[in-house]
Design a protein around this ligand. Structure first.
Ligand SMILES: Cc1ncc(COP(=O)(O)O)c(C=O)c1O
Length: 466
């Protein structure tokens, strides 16, 4: 390691050493990263688990017998108890009052979002308002809104910071009709630009008569979401993004009052009290039970509690400080890199300081003549040196369109091409936008990223200057 750079880093980010507990953890719990010489920089894609999380879970499974929780036999009751305990722990972790909030286990954040989309009482006069900057699983809710005659409105974000013009918000909120069902959705942290949109919007939207869906999937891994302080109605998240294991379990944390507004479009095993075939009638169960279709993932759900305790044992303050320092160093260095011609190596999409932003950094790379380097080439070069990063649009087309300068007119042309009424492949799309970037490169730092990881990426980037 270049010691001069380490000294410069510590000088610029003096709080980094206060996070040394993570270096100790990395050596003991995440040794596989360094043994395999991995430079893992896709924490927004998926978090990493500590070895003890898996061991604890394995021990639990090997020492007990758990049966399907939909019964009252001993093994079933044991599973029910564990699932219930995990549910209560999720509430406690997010400081959510159990009288006010409920937890619905889902397959992932997308599954949680679909529960809201398909059940929200969209209708004529109603409105679905959302930021350009949203994951596709939030965008997808618009299809339910359209189908039921609600209006759909997008709030733009603007370069270079990719934030919303806050002064425009009141005008958007004023578009909600009184007495109709209006839902406003935004991410607490962008999975594209890393922007952390203000949580104060939640209260503002409530006052204006909107229900609020706060997508916390990219925020919760490294920032504390305190549901004692902010009161969104629906909070989807994926646990593997927070602590790596288990995959296949997410949650919708929902205000009970808002949950009462949702109408499920069907019933399933586990969601009813009584259903009759001859009577063609069913009675939905109360609260979370009505939303958990079929058998819950009762062997994996207990691993959620183990993961949450792991985060607590480190503390969000430490995690957050660590991520801020490393993100800052990444931004400082990337923005300074220039070719001999004076052309910058990267164009960053999003804030270039750590103010109100998280650890996702998206950019495109340019050659000495200012010509864009294909993001797929960057990925293939990074693969050669064992750097795991992500390229594309990260399932966030709205942010992508703004970042890459794809206009409505250009998109209209691509989406109305003859012969492409039903299908448009990524290659067709690339061809259509003709030479413009169709994606970006994203590196994201997280729980156990260290200075060496960031340096490895910066050195890789410097290699592109040649
Ligand atoms: C902000 C955000 N929301 C939602 C999701 C969807 O998460 P999942 O793929 O686990 O359903 C992601 C995944 O990257 C995300 O970053």
């Amino acid at each position: 390691m270049n010691n001069t750079e380490l000294v410069a880093f510590l000088h610029a980010y003096p709080s980094y050493p206060t996070t040394h507990i993570i270096d100790d953890l990395r050596a003991t719990e995440y040794a596989r990263l360094d043994v395999g010489e991995h430079v893992y920089l896709d924490y927004t894609g998926g978090g990493l688990y500590a070895e003890t999380q898996v061991r604890r879970h394995h021990k639990l499974l090997s020492e007990h017998v758990f049966g399907n929780p939909h019964s009252s036999n001993p093994t079933s009751l044991a599973a029910t108890q564990l699932v219930q305990h995990a549910r209560e722990y999720v509430l406690k972790f997010f400081n959510a009052n159990p009288d006010e909030y409920d937890v619905i286990f889902a397959q992932n954040a997308s599954g949680a979002l679909k529960l809201v989309g398909e059940s929200y009482p969209f209708g004529k006069g109603g409105h679905y308002l959302l930021t350009f900057d949203n994951h596709n699983s939030v965008n997808g809710i618009r299809e339910f809104a359209h189908a039921r005659g609600a209006e759909v409105t997008y709030i733009p974000v603007a370069l270079p910071d990719m934030r919303v013009d806050a002064s425009s918000l009141d005008d958007y909120f004023a578009r909600g009709q009184k007495g109709a069902h209006n839902l406003f959705a935004f991410p607490a942290q962008s999975n594209f630009s890393g922007v952390q949109h203000p949580l104060e919007w939640i209260e503002k939207a409530h006052v204006a008569g909107w229900d609020v869906l706060l997508d916390a999937a990219a925020f919760a891994p490294t920032n504390y979401l305190d549901l004692g302080k902010v009161k969104p109605d629906f909070v989807p998240l994926s646990f593997y993004k927070m602590f790596g294991y288990p995959t296949g379990v997410g949650a919708l944390i929902a205000r009970k009052e808002a949950l009462g507004k949702l109408h499920r479009p069907w019933f399933a095993g586990g969601t009813i009290t009584v259903a009759s075939v001859q009577e063609d009638k069913y009675y939905l169960a109360e609260g979370h039970t009505a939303f958990e279709d079929g058998t819950p993932d009762y062997l994996n759900i207990p691993a959620v509690e183990i993961g949450l305790k792991h985060i607590e044992s480190i503390g969000y303050d430490v995690i957050h400080t660590r991520v801020q320092c490393l993100t800052g160093w990444l931004l400082d260095n990337l923005t300074r890199m220039k070719h001999s011609t004076g052309e910058p190596l990267v164009r960053l999409y999003g804030p270039t300081t750590t103010e109100a932003r998280g650890g996702s950094v998206s950019a495109n790379f340019y050659d000495k003549d200012g010509k864009a380097i294909d993001h797929r080439f960057i990925e293939s070069e990074a693969n050669k040196v064992n750097i795991s990063l992500r390229t594309g649009c990260f399932c966030n087309p709205g942010a992508g369109e703004v970042a890459l300068g794809l206009s409505r007119v250009e998109l209209d042309v691509c989406f109305t091409q003859p012969g492409h009424e039903q299908r448009l492949s990524v290659d067709d799309f690339r061809l259509c936008i003709n030479g413009k970037n169709s994606g970006a490169v994203r590196v994201s730092v997280g729980l156990v990223t260290n200075f060496n990881d960031v340096q490895a990426f910066l050195s890789f980037a410097r290699g592109l200057l040649g």
